[in-house]
Design a protein around this ligand. Structure first.
Ligand SMILES: [Zn+2]
Ligand SMILES: [Zn+2]
Length: 85
């Protein structure tokens, strides 16, 4: 399985290992949100949206992941399996 590229959907900024997000106004934990898929390690809150540290825009966390194949970002292809009873 290929690793997705992580970058801001707006400005294409790539988070670094030392980038930190803060869980606020909840518990105040600082961590790298891409290591946990948007889950705060302090209070286990799932953050649906992630703010870009470069341009300041907020985007859905999943929109940050760009998979090498299939260009279009929010397009998830599912194989349709006919339901067999
Ligand atoms: Zn928290
Ligand atoms: Zn950005």
């Amino acid at each position: 399985m290929k690793e997705p590229q992580i970058r801001c959907p707006h400005c294409a900024w790539k988070p670094r290992a030392e980038s930190r997000w803060i869980c606020t106004p909840a518990c105040g934990t600082e961590w790298n949100t891409f290591w946990t898929g948007g889950v705060c390690p302090g209070c286990t809150r799932q953050w649906e949206n992630t703010q870009c540290l470069a341009c300041g825009k907020v985007s859905p966390h999943k929109d940050w992941y760009h998979y090498p194949e299939g260009e279009g970002q929010a397009r998830i292809r599912r194989k349709r399996v006919p339901a067999t009873a």
